[in-house]
Ligand binder design. Sequence first.
Ligand code: NA7
Length: 532
Amino acid sequence: AVSHKQLELDVAIIGAGVGGLYALHKTRNVLGMKAEAFDDAGGVGGTWYWNRYPGCRVDTESTVYTYSFDLDMFQNWEWSERYAKQPEVLNYLNAVADKHDLKRSIHFNTRIASAEWKEDEGRWLLTTTAGDTVKAKYVIEAVGLLSSSYAPQFPDQDKFKGEVLLASKWPDNAPDLQGKRVGVVGTGSTGIQIITALADKVGHLHVLQRTAQWVVPLGIGPFPAETREKIKADPHGFRDWALSTAAVFGFDESTVSALEVDNEERKRVYEKAWKKGNGFSFLLETFSDIPVTAEANKTATDFIKSKIDAIVTDPEVARKLTPRDYYAKRPLAADNYYETYNRDNVTLHDVKAEPIERYTENGLIVGGKELELDVVIMATGFDAMTGNYLKIDTIGRNGVRLKDAWKNGPRAYAGMSIADFPNLLMVFGPFSPFTSQPLVHEWQVDFLCDLIEKAEQGNSIIETTREAQDDWVRVCQEGMAGTLFEVTDSWINGANIPGKPRTSMWYMGGMGNYMTEMNAIRDDNYRGFEVR
Ligand code: NA7
């Protein structure tokens, strides 16, 4: 018989990405608890471990795509670029893990299959896919917002003699694409990075676009020296300022309506943002109401459309590249995106008009015609926010299953906990603020660790009330209602996954307001969390 390992912990952390690493550091190194982490990857890094596709990089400025807890690293880590490439981000996360000696407490290649609350013991029982068990007082799930890959399959894939690669699980032994005929399915953040990175390397690039998206330049360049100086001089001040903004992208959001200025001023603002680059900056730093009203939104899309028309030489290609949707999905940015379609070796296919039907030996049937391909790259996105939580069969108080509790969409309190699931804590869970990640992960982990410390003074139980959860969800849904994010199909509202309930899953009030609310909750004896 196979003998299974049994482990007893204070804190079990699921995930060794940006959130999980910091949760491990904080609980083990700072609070001195017996804490260990579990990840199905072979190393640290979470999303940065798996996403190794060509062109992969952050499109959030590296100035805020970082931890702040290690002051020395925050001040002195030498990012080479304003938008670090994937190997550099992964290298940074490894360096953090090594410096804080985290890896010895991480079980790699280990997937947690189920989690069950044992009421009589006040413990969670986790079981791995290998059958090993872990008992822990607290479980911190840091499982990733955009980590559960979505990979639709076209019929007859087994007949295809070429290779099909999934961008978000890019294999180390991926074939050399030099000179190859490559098809890219998907034109979200991932697709546009791949397309712009591969166009001048492959033989022919076929872009299989189902829905066009608004894309602005990213503005790749060296890490800005003046920001480096600012962070060095006052790291906490810089961090606190970044957290005080709504989206934590390293700029102050505009408070000016796009409709309160004249045409010329609008053009000046958009032109400046276009030159600077960055999707979030174009959406939020220019004017305050682009994602809020159709009229304001149109001023932004008219501007981007004018760029598409000016850049793309073939009017039919320009037409296909022009979205019909609002500019209210996750905003995209890549340098020379539209320029890429002027290349002779790049062909744009509108697969909404002419669908991808099936594979053949030599490629794909698209719109009834065979497209010969050596490699197909799937950049088809993620079951965002809830996907990874629901992959773990989670059973809370009185046998309540998470998949039933979330049948019509997720329910959670403050983005960090769920009624009926005591001591199950989440880093960036549903109804978290709509922001960039690392600094917000840190903030939530700090909050959760304060909560754990408080629980440790009593009976070690943190139990979110249904009432607090209902209130939080209602406030979040009211905040989302009426925004264009709600009515525009994307992973933000679950519309990208067939059959997934389409709901709001975000706190839309911004990080600054979120912290104010959370601090008030803490001062009110952790209202809603019922620490016993
Ligand atoms: P996204 O933004 O969800 O994009 C996925 C793309 O894949 C999008 O263009 C989809 O078209 C396309 N897609 C999905 N299924 C199909 C099928 N069956 N046929 C053709 N095309 C399809 O995912 P990304 O990975 O690019 O980015 C996700 C986030 O990760 C990103 O926002 C960053 O925050 C990091 P659709 O629009 O659904 O028609």
